[in-house]
Every structure is written in structure tokens, then in C-alpha cells.
Write a protein that binds this ligand. Structure first.
Ligand code: ZN
Length: 95
């Protein structure tokens, strides 16, 4: 247990034994948000979207989109910057 700063909202919170970097309220919010982002990327698989585009179009915080990238749920193509759903489930990890 230690005092930590949430990397999504910047709020201080007490992290658990896994040294979480996201506060409990953001975890709840991100869990609700992710299906929207995933469906959006699936439905527009042929379109070029950056993290900034996704945040603007879905009206969500850019930091939340970047958090999904950090979590390995979506990935960024290093050449184009385009976002896509991570194909390799093995890279997924919990918030
Ligand atoms: Zn937070």
C-alpha cells in the first residue's frame, strides 16, 4: 500500500499490492469506456485514426485512449500512428 498518483486523472489514491497506476474510479470508467473504443475501431477498421482522432470523435479524454494503449488493449502502428485493436491477446494485461 502506497500513495500513488492516477495516471489518468492525476488524483492521489492508495494503491494496492500490485502498485496499480490507475485509481479505482478510473478503472470503473475505463471498463465502461473500452467497449465503445473497441467497437469504433472494429467498425472502422479500414480508416486511419490516431489516438487524438478517436478521443475527439468519441468525445473522450485523450489520456484514456493512451491508457488503453499502455494496457495493450489497442495498439498504435509505429509508422502511421493509426490505432487498431490488439490482435495478440497475449499482450493484454489488467488495468
Ligand atoms: Zn483516476
Amino acid at each position: 500500500m502506497a500513495l500513488a498518483e492516477c495516471r489518468c486523472c492525476g488524483q492521489a489514491f492508495i494503491s494496492g499490492p500490485k502498485n496499480e497506476d490507475t485509481c479505482p474510479s478510473c478503472v470503473v470508467r475505463l471498463n465502461k469506456l473500452y467497449p465503445r473504443v473497441r467497437n469504433f475501431l472494429r467498425n472502422d477498421a479500414g480508416t486511419h485514426y490516431t489516438a487524438y482522432d478517436v478521443s475527439k470523435i468519441l468525445d473522450i479524454d485523450l489520456r484514456d485512449v493512451e491508457k488503453f494503449i499502455t494496457m495493450g488493449l489497442i495498439e498504435k502502428n509505429f509508422n502511421s500512428g493509426r490505432l487498431q485493436e490488439t490482435k495478440n491477446g497475449g499482450r493484454r494485461r489488467k488495468i
